[in-house]
Design a binder for this molecule. Sequence first.
Ligand code: ATP
Ligand code: NI
Length: 300
Amino acid sequence: MLHIENLTLQLPYYRRWFQREWITCLDNLSLSIQPGEIHAVIGASGAGKSLLASAIMGLLPEGARISGQLFFKKAPLTTERQRQLRGRQLALIPQSLNALDPLVSSQRQVSWAARRAGQSKTVAWHSAEHALNHYQLDQHAHRAYPHQLSGGMARRVLAAMARIGNASLIIADEPSVGLDPQQRDRVLASIKALALEGKAVMLITHDLRHALPISDHVTILRQGQCIETTYASAFRGHGEQLKSAYARALWNALPDNAFESDAIAIENDNESVNKNDSKRTAHTNVTVLPKETIKETRIA
Ligand SMILES: Nc1ncnc2c1ncn2[C@@H]1O[C@H](COP(=O)(O)OP(=O)(O)OP(=O)(O)O)[C@@H](O)[C@H]1O
Ligand code: NI
């Protein structure tokens, strides 16, 4: 369904007004997602996950320089095609709840999404109602404005908007961040349901633990580079089936695994102190800690 080959993305950066430099945010990334499959893209803050979503949707920041190839349903995903397919065949559940218009009720927002996907006014209104019901949002929530919704309800409104155009690729960017466990499970179950309907789903998250049970494949992204793509089922035991030390470290750092193996502290850090990676400026460091310090170590 979606096929990405050697995608490199650079953003301009001005040290002084006349001195343009380029920051490489995605570095030679390749991945594929099949229909009916959830492909989790896991990485710390700043790894480039949201930029990957923007590159697929054709919503990159001004001045972005991109190379490599994107294919959707076997045909090149050109800028023109991205514009045609966005909100129809390609849907994004955005990371920010600010994507909801604060002055518009849930049902109206979802029906606007249906209108953009080509439905007539009356059909759109009814299909919005249907989509909101599908996500277990009641009549009160249909009429509510964004500030009257809980975080989980707002995420479900965004999911309803993404689902309404009957897209075949859905990108969910951090759909469960900031939710309590019950709301999180509900949102993740709704994402699993999309894959069970045959849609290809990219699940972007830093939460490996909760992504694994619903995912088929996992790509670990670090500082814009693909560290490893593997089956979700490879995350088991002590991580013997994982090829990269970084993926093993992420796996072993999960609370249930921490006491059985070396643990790591994973920090989001914009001043890299990682000796092996001194060329980079922004990003994440993984520090291997001795076992005695494990009790204090948790992923945020
Ligand atoms: N519009 C932009 N202009 C310049 N740099 C940007 C822009 N958007 C993102 N970046 C930089 O690109 C890198 C990757 O950003 P991105 O938003 O893709 O990270 P992410 O993995 O989604 O992080 P998070 O988990 O915090 O959402 C970061 O270093 C960020 O500062
Ligand atoms: Ni992001």
